[in-house]
Design a protein around this ligand. Structure first.
Ligand SMILES: Cc1cc2nc3c(=O)[nH]c(=O)nc-3n(C[C@H](O)[C@H](O)[C@H](O)COP(=O)(O)O)c2cc1C
Length: 520
């Protein structure tokens, strides 16, 4: 970087158009003209900062190294000559969408001390007052009225445990371990669900999760729209030989060639062997309506436009972080395209310097919300599914995840034991995890709690995992289970309070599809 030429604010300001788009991040000037068309967050947000300093808005979502690793060296145009900065430039540079690094420094100091956090909900309570409004809105909310987000947790709480007593549950007998895909050991059947722009929760974002999850013996799923470059995240883990392991979540790009290039770079790259599965997200073919996220964005955009001297046209709607992050997703992706994905993944892993792995890399469909689709995923060759409604961030009023799991027992029981069945959505307690395992899940994912935990860096992630471990262990002992994956069965849960909501067949029990137009 030191060898780059010094550029004045006028030099930068001259490149302020779609076909000639420079911007400044951390005093480095980047030519974003070509990249703008491929920016996962869309071109508009870049255009707003064309010829200007985008440091603060950039840092509120991305890690510092993402931009320099995404853009090749020819696009690093120079260093900003800070001597040319005018008060006006400085004030627009401060026109950020949110404070970077998960809240400002003063607020960070007021964060509840980590040793006072005793359960996963405490992480959310600690984050709310310190996160910038847009970060909090982005992470905490779901779609529209948040019905599914809330019901995910509510329904878990309506399942009663059926503890068995007078069993020897002394500590040496207890075993929470599991193995996913026959080869991937976990200290407990828990993983960190993929969350895009995790830096919104704390400045180390996915890096802290990588370190914390590895130390805790669980697994992280890295999102396509992670705040940090994938290899930087993977580098935080031990080598593949020493147990470094993660999964990768894929949003398929409208231009499949871009997804092919991404998977090849990742799976054939230096950390490729740490990736143990690809989770292709299927529940979000289009951006959903995240109202709180969009309200927060609109409010901030107003302030920012005032600082930038932009006169609002009264029409333009600002997209929230979630919408910006998902505008590239292929809404035409369908079951038949899984063949393309299988081929792409196989070709990518085969390019690894160590050659093709002994077994195909598992592909899981993430976002299964009905029994029919669980069966279809299996029939289309998926090695697993994630029963998930995106934490209530896809279709609002979609079934709570645990209800879908029960529906599968009624309507497609054949999938259990044949593919891995992961589940996420609303799990906050060790007892919630135990219930899902009793009902046939292989492992349980959690999203928001881990995003909030990164406000405390690696220590927060480890603490979240440790709280869960203790809660699962204690619930097992209280219920008379010693070896979780061996002993767990539906006999330990009473689902009577929600059974009436479980579909009894794949069809509506009495409503029939009318033939339109009506015959009058
Ligand atoms: C802030 C945030 C970002 C997310 N980003 C992604 C993503 O990039 N890809 C994806 O498949 N799911 C994403 N999800 C959904 C999670 O993977 C997971 O399904 C959900 O968080 C589980 O619900 P929970 O937060 O109640 O535990 C995101 C969820 C949140 C809260």
């Amino acid at each position: 970087m030191a060898s780059l030429p010094l550029l004045s604010i006028d030099d930068v300001g001259a490149h302020n158009k779609l076909d000639d788009l420079w911007l400044v991040v951390d005093n480095v000037v980047y030519d974003m003209t070509e990249f703008a068309q491929n920016h996962p967050g869309g071109v508009e947000v870049l255009l707003r900062f064309a010829g200007r300093d985008a440091t603060r808005v950039y840092n509120s979502v991305h890690g510092p190294s993402l931009i320099s690793s995404e853009l090749d060296a020819t696009k690093h145009k120079g260093r900003l000559d800070v001597g040319t900065i005018t008060p006006q430039w400085a004030s627009t540079a401060m026109a950020s969408d949110a404070d970077a690094d998960g809240g400002d420094a003063q607020k960070q100091k007021e964060r509840t001390p980590l040793d006072e956090i005793v359960n996963l909900s405490d992480f959310a309570a600690a984050a709310e007052p310190v996160l910038p409004v847009q970060a909090w809105s982005y992470v905490s909310t779901g779609t529209e009225d948040n019905i599914t987000r809330d019901a995910n947790t509510e329904l878990l709480r309506r399942i009663w445990l059926r503890p068995a007593v007078l069993r020897d549950v002394s500590l040496p007998r207890m075993d929470l371990r599991t193995t996913l895909f026959g080869t991937v050991p976990l200290k407990m059947p828990v993983y960190v669900a993929p969350t895009g722009a995790t830096r919104t929760g704390g400045k180390d974002g996915e890096l802290a999760i990588a370190r914390g999850a590895s130390a805790a013996g669980i697994m992280q799923v890295i999102s396509t729209v992670a705040s940090y470059p994938y290899n930087e995240i993977l580098a935080q883990m031990p080598s593949a030989e020493d147990g470094g392991q993660a999964m990768f979540q894929l949003y398929v790009d409208r231009d499949h060639r871009r997804s092919e290039a991404l998977l090849t770079k990742l799976l054939a790259g230096p950390h490729g062997r740490k990736i143990k599965a690809v989770l292709v997200t299927v529940d979000l073919p289009v951006s959903s309506k995240r109202e709180a996220d969009e309200r927060a964005r609109a409010l901030i955009a107003k302030k920012r436009d005032a600082a930038l001297g932009i006169v609002p046209d009264g029409k333009k709607k600002e997209a929230g972080i979630a919408r910006l992050n998902s505008s590239f997703i292929d809404s035409a992706f369908s079951w038949e395209d899984l063949k393309w994905l299988r081929k792409t993944v196989d070709a990518a892993v085969a390019q690894h310097p160590q050659g093709p792995p002994p077994a195909p890399l598992p592909i899981l469909a993430k976002g299964i919300q009905r029994a029919e689709d669980a069966r279809l995923a299996m029939q289309h060759g998926c090695q697993g599914i994630v029963v998930s409604n995106h934490g209530g961030r896809a279709a609002d009023t979609a079934s709570p995840a645990i209800l879908t799991l029960l529906e599968m027992h009624r309507c497609c029981p054949e999938v259990f034991g044949r593919i891995e069945i992961l589940i996420d959505g609303g799990f906050r307690r060790g007892s919630d995890v135990l219930k899902a395992i009793c009902l046939g899940a292989s492992a349980v994912g959690m999203g928001r709690p881990f995003v909030y935990s990164v406000g405390y860096g690696q220590a927060g992630v480890e603490q979240a995992a440790s709280i869960l471990y203790d809660e699962i262990l204690t619930t097992m002992r209280l219920c008379g289970l010693t070896n979780l994956m061996r002993d767990a069965s539906p006999d330990y849960v009473n689902t009577g309070d929600i059974d009436h909501m479980v579909m009894s067949s794949l069809h509506h029990p009495y409503a029939k599809k009318p033939v339109w137009p009506a015959k009058l």
